[in-house]
Ligand binder design. Structure first.
Ligand code: UD1
Length: 422
């Protein structure tokens, strides 16, 4: 069994470099399937979700060469199969991008229903709607998704009923090689959507409007090889270090990030009383007092990201007043609050709302990482708390944070990684 032991309390001080964005990389890796040639990717995060994607691509026939831990060449000249092993795809959510990417190239695609963090019901009706509108037939049977087409997908107008990152990504992937023009309205605007569109455009796709409510895609017959594409920095990793700096009353320069992407988080940190200085590609966060309480409501970009909700809760847990979190994306995202209560936090969560009363101190306790971002919150809580906080189920954290113990160690934290025999 793996666990982290976080030795607290600790004031984080120093500099940290942000890795490539997980949520962009998990769409860009399958997007390479749209080109019958080589793609050279840089700033690829070295995390377990990416290693899993590499395994899936290799099982389909991709030849992948790592030039360094964050740089790879993917050669998809000879893809032999569009049936992805259910053992591999069921492990994580982003495997559903294989549907959009492979439908651009093959008549029959099969993956198993995707897994991922347990955040509540995770429907894919909008993905299915996109594929059907483009002319594919989709069936969900015995835990598998089967998508078939009898001819090239045909561009059309699509209105998404709900703002969905995943469905927007899949629509872009499937429409890139479709015949004619696709106009998708009510799309998500997250930075990783813009990055996917930029990557595909660098290979000859014609995608306009990514980052706005409407995306227009003029289908092209084929894409060409790309010499080198660098994935954007991770918005959520940046936010995690910003909150960790503030919660520990530290002073941290967060390098290789895009301050514009951080605006909703910066705004909340300023409300909490932190100092935030923005530079061209770095942000410095420091704090010299207990945080003020505030209200956070999650919403699609440019709103406050659901993926930062557990981390920002630590600031409220040690604030001078009573704050509120409203979760508008995932219904089961408050499971982690039970773990914080074990550490002395005063939180009452019901439905989509959590009321958080600030306490003087958090204390160490054995806690679970319920999901990826909840795990990051447990680390921040452990850094704030008195004593040694043991965090279990850390495989969730390793899915999305590269070199997390080293990065925190460089800021003065002591987080031990322990592997015990079961
Ligand atoms: C969502 C988040 C994303 C985050 C990820 C993991 C938003 C808009 N998306 O992305 O920032 O990184 O979770 O935490 O904040 N939905 C449907 N039908 C569908 C697809 C989605 O009803 O076919 C609903 C979901 O239940 C959810 C909402 O739409 O309530 C947003 O889902 P979506 O953006 O697709 O999820 P992810 O792509 O996983």
């Amino acid at each position: 069994m793996e666990k982290f032991i976080v030795h607290g309390p600790c004031k984080l001080k120093g500099e940290v470099n942000i890795s490539g964005a997980k949520n962009a990389a998990v769409a860009i890796l399958p997007a390479t399937l749209l080109v019958k040639g080589k793609c050279h990717l840089e700033n690829v995060p070295n995390i377990s979700d990416i290693r899993a994607y590499v395994e899936i691509l290799e099982s389909l026939g991709s030849k992948i060469e790592y030039l360094s831990k964050n740089e790879m060449i993917i050669d998809n000249t000879d893809i032999s199969s569009a049936i992805a092993s259910s053992e591999l795809t069921s492990k994580f959510r982003a495997s559903y991008y294989l549907l959009g990417a492979l439908l651009g190239r093959f008549d029959k695609v099969q993956i198993s229903l995707p897994g991922g963090c347990n955040l509540g019901a995770r429907p894919i009706d909008q993905h299915i709607k996109v594929f059907e509108k483009l002319g594919a037939k989709v069936e969900v049977r015995s835990g598998n998704v089967y998508a078939t087409r009898t001819q090239t997908l045909k561009g059309t107008a699509i209105f998404l009923d709900i703002v969905s990152v995943g469905a927007t990504m899949n629509a872009i992937l499937a429409a890139t090689l479709a015949e004619g023009t696709t106009i998708i309205e009510n799309v998500a605007k997250e930075p990783h959507i813009v990055d996917l569109a930029n990557f595909l455009n660098s290979m000859g796709a014609k995608i306009k409007g990514a980052g706005t409510d409407t995306i227009k895609i003029t289908g092209v017959k084929e894409l060409h090889q790309v010499s080198s594409y660098s994935i954007i920095p991770d918005q959520i990793e940046t936010g995690t270090f910003m909150v960790a700096a503030a919660a520990t009353c530290g002073d941290v320069l967060i390098k290789n990030c895009i301050p514009k992407h951080m605006e909703p988080i910066t705004a909340k940190l300023l409300e909490a009383g932190a100092n935030v200085e923005e530079f061209a590609d770095s942000i410095r966060v420091s704090m010299d007092k207990k945080p003020n309480a505030f209200t956070v409501k999650t919403s699609p970009y440019p709103g406050f990201p659901t993926d930062m909700q557990p981390q920002i809760c630590i600031l409220l847990a040690i604030s001078t007043g009573t704050g509120m979190i409203v979760e508008n994306i995932w219904e089961s995202r408050f499971q982690y609050t039970d773990e914080l209560v074990k550490m002395g936090a005063d939180i009452s969560a019901h439905g989509t709302t959590a009321i958080v009363k600030g306490v003087d101190k958090l204390y160490s306790a054995p806690v679970r990482s319920h999901d990826l971002r909840a795990g990051a919150a447990m680390i921040i809580a452990g850094l704030v708390a008195d004593g040694n906080t043991e965090i279990y189920d850390i495989h969730h954290i390793l899915r999305g944070y590269e070199d997390i113990t080293t990065k925190f160690a460089n800021l003065g934290a002591n987080i031990e990684y322990i592997q015990e025999d079961d």
